[in-house]
Design a protein around this ligand. Sequence first.
Ligand SMILES: [Mn+2]
Length: 244
Amino acid sequence: MGRNLIVGDIHSQYGLLMDALEAASFSPSDDTLYSVGDIADRGPETVRLIEFLSSLPSYKPVLGNHDLWLRDYLVSGLCPSEWMDSNGGLRTVKDFIRSGVSEKDKVRMGEWLSRAPYVRIEEKYIVLHGGIPSGWTMVELKKVAALNASTLGYAWLENDEKNSPLWNRTYLQSAMAFENGADPSVLQSPLDTDKKIFIGHTPLNSPFHSQRYHLTAIDTGAGHGKALTIMDMDTLRFWQAVPE
Ligand SMILES: [Mn+2]
């Protein structure tokens, strides 16, 4: 039986992804590959990465904030300075130009990105990019899990840093504070669930796990010259690739 593997924020590091998949003995025909989002920006090979991921028979992403900037560029030609100058977008745009991707193929890739949900809820797992906003329960999460980036009218999901599951960091911060011995009464409460929650978004030195918060965080900084992590979602065993 195939494994359920999940990859941290790839940030256009196609080579690192290949190395990490090889380390994990990934089988495209047997294994399912989940992603916590932020496949794009900062790194060199966005086009090649999208072609690879979209060719996989069983790829299950969620959207990260960088994927939304890329979607806006591919579908609408938007290049906000926030993205271009401080979030690695310029390198992404240059890669699309250098690769000679046609307008038609850009739209096709943008629509492929848009099909990923903001939040993915399955029998055993909850996958989202940033974290669970304070006060949210399974009710709010399920509502958002029914949306994707082609749904109109939910711009707040994409822009509100604390209350969007794409940008939130308070859930991870609370879990880390708890594991470091902080008083639970001053922290955001853990989500009431039996499922395992997987997130990216916040670069860490190594994968972080909190039993109490049902949380595993797997962005290990591939977008910042550090490691890319792939993890088995059931055993939590992981494999990493680092830049040469
Ligand atoms: Mn992010």
